[in-house]
Each structure stands twice: as C-alpha cells, then as structure tokens.
Design a protein around this ligand. Sequence first.
Ligand SMILES: Cc1cc2nc3c(=O)[nH]c(=O)nc-3n(C[C@H](O)[C@H](O)[C@H](O)COP(=O)(O)OP(=O)(O)OC[C@H]3O[C@@H](n4cnc5c(N)ncnc54)[C@H](O)[C@@H]3O)c2cc1C
Length: 493
Amino acid sequence: MIHEPPRTDQGKGPRKDPSNGPRNHARSDLIDDSLPGTGRPGGDRSADNLSGDVLLPGDDGYADAATTFFASGKPAIVVRPRDAAGVTAAIAHARREGLALSVRSGGHGLLGAATNDDGMVLDLAHLDTVELVDPVNRVVRVGAGATWGRTMATLAPHGLGLTAGDTAGVGVGGLTLGGGIGRLVRKHGLAVDNLVAARVVTADGRVLVAGPDEHADLFWAIRGGGGNFGVVVSFDFVAARIELVHFGSITYRPDDPERLVTAWRDHMRAAPDSLTSTLALVPPMFGGSAAATVTLCYTDDAVGPLRAIGPLRAIGQVLTDNVRVLPYPDVLADAHRPPGGRLLSRNTLVRALDDDVIEAAVAVYRGGTSVVLRSLGGAFGRVPADATAFAHRDAEAMIVCGAFLPPDATDADADAVLAPWAAVARQGTGVYLNFQGSDAAADLATAYPPRTYARLAEAKRRYDPDNVLGRNHNIAPGNSAPGNGTPTEGPDQ
Ligand SMILES: Cc1cc2nc3c(=O)[nH]c(=O)nc-3n(C[C@H](O)[C@H](O)[C@H](O)COP(=O)(O)OP(=O)(O)OC[C@H]3O[C@@H](n4cnc5c(N)ncnc54)[C@H](O)[C@@H]3O)c2cc1C
C-alpha cells in the first residue's frame, strides 16, 4: 500500500529540511547528473523578475517542494509562481543560470524528475484553481498544480466529474500530459480525450493557447507526449455528468488465479462501457496473505448494475464485497509515501488478454511480484491511434507489475525480480510511460510507434529545440528515433 505524504508546509511555518533527515533512497539516485545545467549555482531570489514564492534551502516550504512522492532532492532554488508570467520568468532564470529545470505539478511522477540537486524546481502548486468556465458546454479550466482530489471535489456540486487517476493527491499536470487512465476510462476515455485546450509556456517564454485550431501540433503532442514541449499552466476539459457511481472491491480466494483472470477477462469483454475494473493479484508480502481483488467503477446505464456487476460475484469464491453507491469524488483513494526501499514498476499494453498473456502474468505473481490488470477498450479504444500522442488504442488491457526491494538492493537483484516479467512484456505492444518506472530509450520506443515518435520529435524541435524541458521521458529535438539525444537512462524507480 502506498501512502500519501502530507504536503502541509507551503509557506506555513517551520518544516524540517529533508537533507537533514533520511534521504529517500528509492528516488534520489534517479537524478541524472549528465543532464545539461546540473550542478550550477543559481539560488538568487531577486533575479530576473522572479515572482510568487522564491525559496532557498532552509526556507519554509522548501522541503515540500524539494521532496516528491518518490525522490528527495536539494535544488538550488524553488520557484512557485502565481501566474503564467511567473512561469516565464522562472524558465528565463533557469536558462540564464544554466540550472537544470524540474517541473512539478503533484509530485507523483515515478521518475522523481520533479526535483533535482542544484537546479530549479518550478513548482506549480499555486496554479491550482478549478473553474467552470462554460457551464453550458461543461468546460472546466483546471490549473496544472491542482490535485485530482481537489478537482473532483470542486466539480461534484455541479454534478460533474472527469475521468482521471485513482488517487486524490496525484497532480493534474503530470497525469494528463502522459494520457491519464482513470476509473471510468472505458466510459469516458483517457483524461486527454476530454481535453479541448491548454495554456502552455514554452521554453522561450511565450504563453500559447494550444487547441484543435491553434498550435494544433502542440495540442496533439501534449496529449500523451509528457512535459517535453512546455510548461502547461492550465487545461480545459469537457467534464461529464457524473454524480453517483457503483464503486468498490470484491476479493476472492486466490487459489486458481488463471481461472479467475480468464473469467474476469470474459466478463469485461462483454461488459458495457459504463463498467471499468481492475484485477490485482498480490502475493504474500509484509506478513500478509495472498489476495485477488477486483476493483470496479460503474456509472448507471440501460444495462443496470445487476447485469453489469453481478456476474463478477460468480467468477471465484468471494471473500469480501464492499461495492456500494458513492459520490464520484469518494472513488479517489489517498495514497501514502512508500517506505525507503526500491520500488520496481513496469507495465505493458496488450492487444488481447489471451491465454498465453494470462499464463505469463500469473507466473509473475507466483514469482512474488504484484500484478494489476486494468481493463481498457470502450471509449478509450474508439479514439483513432493518430488523434493523440497516446497511440495504443487497440489495447484490451494494461498489465502493471510492482515490487518493493530493500534499500540496498542492486541492479542485479532488480533484474532477477523482473525476469519473469519479460514474458509478459514480450507480448505487449506498448507501454504507458506514466506507470513506467524506468526511462530507457527502449521505453520510449515501446511507448511511441515510429510515426508518433517522429511527430513528437518534430514538435520538440519546434517548441523546445534546446531541450530545456529535459527532465522527463525525454524526446530528443528533431531526432526521428528514440535514444539519439540527451541521455535518459536511469536506474529503476
Ligand atoms: C500513488 C499513485 C497513483 C497513480 N495512479 C494513477 C492512475 O490511476 N492513472 C494514471 O494514469 N496514472 C496514475 N499514476 C501515475 C501518474 O499519472 C504519474 O505519476 C504522473 O506523472 C503524476 O503527475 P504529477 O503531476 O503528480 O507528478 P509530477 O512529479 O509533478 O510530474 C511528473 C512529470 O511530469 C512533468 N510535468 C508535470 N507537470 C507538468 C506541467 N504542468 N507542465 C509540463 N510538464 C509537467 C514533469 O516532467 C514531471 O517530472 C499514479 C502515480 C502514483 C504515485
């Protein structure tokens, strides 16, 4: 279980500097010192018209911005602007001083790239407003620094909601830019499928509105291409009418996982789009026993909950069942920061959850690693592959594996744990980078088919030719194949 760290010290009183306490081993070693600008001084709060909060080591609020869900850093300066002009000034300062630039929205990125050592953290926490800008067309403008929990809570009184991640504290910025797979992905698609515009500050300081009719190449690229093309300050989404949902978990005796997964797959193949579910196989760990759990979210439709959900109660021997009707914002869980240690996380998108894939996934679970299968299809699958930079629209499911290793685990230990995963990954056709805890060139090549990658590289060349926004799953400007630019190889997260 991952637990959310409280983020309480945004300029509100003394807070311990993490550099005086234990470092979060899991993430601190991901900062790639070969990236341009790392290691230069630059902590000058009066420079370059910096606005908003400008924090140096030891200041109130510095610790929170320097520490992400997975990483601790020691940036030379943290800038927390209040508007797009403040973002422009911060980028200019980072460029002038040669500071590595980390962009932070919710700080939950698996690479821990939203912090660094000796560079700048551009923290968008103040850009967190959620406004209903067009009630008739249900257009909501959400600041990139808002969390999904805050967003849903603000929309709920209007009877509206967005499909997004499953965790309240995750940021709108990072999740949306990678695609955004949520609890209603089969009904409403990815988060980016509901995006109609975004305000983006480019590396040269321009504030652009990207949408279908303006800077359409940028609009296409930010829907799955990550934070490579500019700093997004706000997103315009079309919200859906969502009030109450059926939500909860059904746990089963995990004694025949192949049969369970097969029966779950068969049900999801026939299920209405209104039902999205995941199936988690968790091996015994931390003194607990093995568990098999379906978590589902269903919005009412003509099929009705009895037929949509009911058969899931017969796919295995049910141990517990807490599916109930909830206000949609209550679906989002709190997550807590993982204890020190090394978290391995990999995923693959599979076209068909056939018997070979199921066998390989169950072998990973039997080897002691958790496996979560997320159902896709429905609205997600009806978007043309070239409509957004997230291209793998033919995937029936995403399979994610995750394991915790002790803090002193070596790369060889990690490779040994991941060895059974290779048989699953081989059968996948894509990777979802937001869930990928490594940033090797091979990950980029799997995430983006060649034509998609070439378009992304062209957008990168156009909007960030100097790779100022380089601390991410990095697209090299103008190179048509992954792996030709800034080195991005890093250890597992
Ligand atoms: C507990 C947990 C639950 C999760 N659940 C889901 C889920 O259900 N569905 C899902 O799809 N994903 C999920 N994720 C993955 C999540 O989408 C990614 O971790 C995402 O990067 C988090 O975004 P953030 O803004 O919180 O992170 P950050 O660490 O702030 O950002 C991650 C990276 O995105 C880029 N970035 C962020 N904001 C901006 C911006 N405004 N402009 C430009 N670049 C930016 C930067 O490169 C940054 O390093 C989960 C992750 C965690 C840890």
